[in-house]
Design a protein around this ligand. Structure first.
Ligand SMILES: [Zn+2]
Length: 117
C-alpha cells in the first residue's frame, strides 16, 4: 500500500488515548496527583493530592508562592514558613511546582532618559 503524502510516521499515535496516572509518596503515604485547571488571575499551576482515604489537598503555585489547603499549611506555615507544608515540599521536590514567589514577574525597569542640560 502507498501511504498518503505528508503523513508522518508519528501520526500513528494520533487519536489514541493514553491513560496515565501520577502517584506521589510523602512520608510513606501514597497520593494520586491530579492537575487542576487554572484560570487567568488564579494560580499558575495547581494539583490535587488525593490520599485515597477521602482526604484531598489542593496545592497551588501562585505569584506569591506555593499554597496548600491542609491544616498544617493554613495554621502553621502560611506566611511563616517559606518552605511550606510537606505537600508543597514534595511537589517542589518533584519539580511540579516552584517554591517561592515567581521570579518571572518583574517590575518594569525605569527607562533612562538622557536629559539635555
Ligand atoms: Zn499541605
Amino acid at each position: 500500500m502507498i501511504h498518503d503524502r505528508g503523513q508522518a510516521v508519528g501520526s500513528q499515535t494520533r487519536g489514541r488515548t493514553v491513560l496515565s496516572h501520577l502517584y506521589l509518596t510523602i512520608n510513606k503515604s501514597l497520593y494520586l496527583v491530579q492537575p487542576l485547571a487554572c484560570g487567568p488571575g488564579a494560580a499558575l499551576r495547581a494539583f490535587r493530592l488525593n490520599k485515597g482515604d477521602g482526604t484531598l489537598y489542593d496545592v497551588a503555585q501562585t505569584n506569591f508562592g506555593a499554597e496548600c489547603d491542609c491544616p498544617d499549611f493554613i495554621f502553621r506555615r502560611a506566611g511563616l514558613d517559606p518552605l511550606g507544608c510537606k505537600h508543597v515540599q514534595a511537589l517542589v521536590g518533584q519539580g511540579l511546582i516552584e517554591a517561592g514567589a515567581a521570579a518571572s514577574v518583574r517590575p518594569e525597569q525605569g527607562r533612562r532618559t538622557v536629559g539635555s542640560r
